[in-house]
Design a protein around this ligand. Structure first.
Ligand code: UT7
Length: 367
């Protein structure tokens, strides 16, 4: 879609029942997360940060739940009933950078923006191909964005949302005008394929958006937070100390997650953060046309919809065919909504990302 068109437009186990009754003990925590610091309302200086183009890229190989059940002790019934996930895309030749480049090109085409016009590239990822250079720098080189400053950020599943808010801060400050923001992951290389409780959940892919200052539509409000005290509930170790003083047996770690703790965090903090952001934007939940949330588990989306008293039809889904792609989930979902023609100019859209760190971020924008 061209810009002109775009502008138109490890803890104790609990039972499943206990999980459905989830979150009660973390209500207080959610209140602490989202009830004290106010969300920030944007656009008062006359310029709003607007998404003017989207793009995404999924690797070519689709792996269904049945495919997984042939190589590990799992089943389509368990995965789809617990999560809503039916299949995911996994890389073979693709890399985090190659998928990012493709998503970036598609977003630039959709926005009608040339590489030279991009001032800033921010890429959220926990699975870049290199420690250095940043994946954002690889994207910059590949698309020829010679005028851009480029860097990666690690905010796990909230990475794209954090990137959006950083770009917004630069645009609001008048430092940069046009930014390319991305969420991109090759999670299949950091999950433990011998841990069936996590590996079935994740997928690979990249999503991108071009954002620019706009006088009419754009970001209305934002809320974000972190709780490092809960970092161990969703973690992936990096390299351990190793030097001539301490010679260790270097072993790379893999993702491990206490799913129920993350679940409880998500179903309390996310609705509280969304509620706060919507209020800051001067709106009510019923005024929101779509809720485009991080795609971790359909039960989380259903719980948020219930807590906000909003029908599930306002919560579009991509997790059924993508699985959880951490930082890439929100931009891929947005791009799918954009390409389906669901998004019209001025529509109110709420976004939210949440996950490792712990981190979370919500936004309300006019499309
Ligand atoms: O992106 C960051 C945000 N992430 C999230 O939001 C994830 C949030 N958490 C969740 O979505 C859920 O906690 C999960 C989907 C990860 C797990 O659901 P659960 O209802 O909490 O399942 P569980 O971990 O309690 O496992 C229940 C049973 C266990 O068997 P026993 O001990 O009851 O006999 C597991 O061993 O299911 C078993 N199990 C599996 N069985 C078949 C675990 N994984 C599998 C599997 N296939 N893949």
């Amino acid at each position: 879609m061209h810009r002109a068109k775009a502008r138109e437009r490890g803890k104790p186990k609990v039972s499943g029942a206990a999980l459905r009754d989830e979150g009660k003990q973390t209500e207080e925590q959610a209140e602490r997360h989202c009830g004290i610091k106010g969300s920030i309302n944007y656009g008062r200086n006359g310029v709003k940060t607007r998404i003017i183009g989207t793009g995404s890229c999924l690797p070519g190989t689709v792996v269904t739940n049945d495919d997984l059940s042939k190589v590990m002790d799992t089943s389509d019934e368990w995965i789809s009933s617990r999560t809503g996930i039916r299949e995911r895309h996994l890389v073979k030749e693709e890399t985090t950078a190659s998928m990012s480049v493709e998503a970036a090109k598609r977003a630039m085409k959709d926005a009608g923006v040339t590489a030279e016009e991009i001032d800033l590239i921010i890429l959220g990822t926990v699975s870049a191909d290199f420690v250095t250079p940043a994946c954002a720098c690889e994207v910059q080189a590949a698309i020829g964005a010679t005028n851009a400053v480029a860097f990666d950020i690690n905010a796990a599943c909230a990475g794209f949302m954090f990137a959006l808010n950083i770009a917004n801060a630069y645009i609001q400050a008048g430092i940069y005008r046009t930014a390319l923001i991305l969420g991109a992951e090759t999670l299949s290389k950091i999950v433990d394929w011998e841990d069936r409780s996590t590996c079935v959940l994740f997928g690979d892919g990249a999503g991108a958006a071009v954002v620019r200052g706009d006088e009419q539509y754009g970001l209305l409000a934002f809320d974000q937070g972190s709780d490092g005290t809960k970092g161990d509930v969703l973690a992936c170790p990096g390299r351990t100390n190793n030097n001539p003083l301490i010679q260790t047996d270097q072993r790379l770690g893999f993702v491990h997650m206490d799913g129920q703790e993350v679940y409880k965090f998500a179903v309390t903090t996310v609705p509280a953060s969304l509620q706060k952001t919507i209020e800051t934007a001067g709106l009510m939940p019923k005024d929101i046309d779509y809720f485009a949330l991080h795609q971790a588990n359909i039960r989380i989306l259903q719980s948020v919809s219930k807590r906000l008293h909003i029908g599930e039809d306002k919560f579009p889904i991509s997790l059924d065919h993508c699985g959880n792609i951490s930082a890439a989930s929100v931009p891929i979902l947005l791009d799918e909504m954009n390409r389906k023609g669901l998004l019209k100019p001025g529509m109110k859209v709420a976004l939210s990302g949440f996950g490792g760190g712990l981190t979370w971020a919500s936004a309300v924008l006019e499309w």
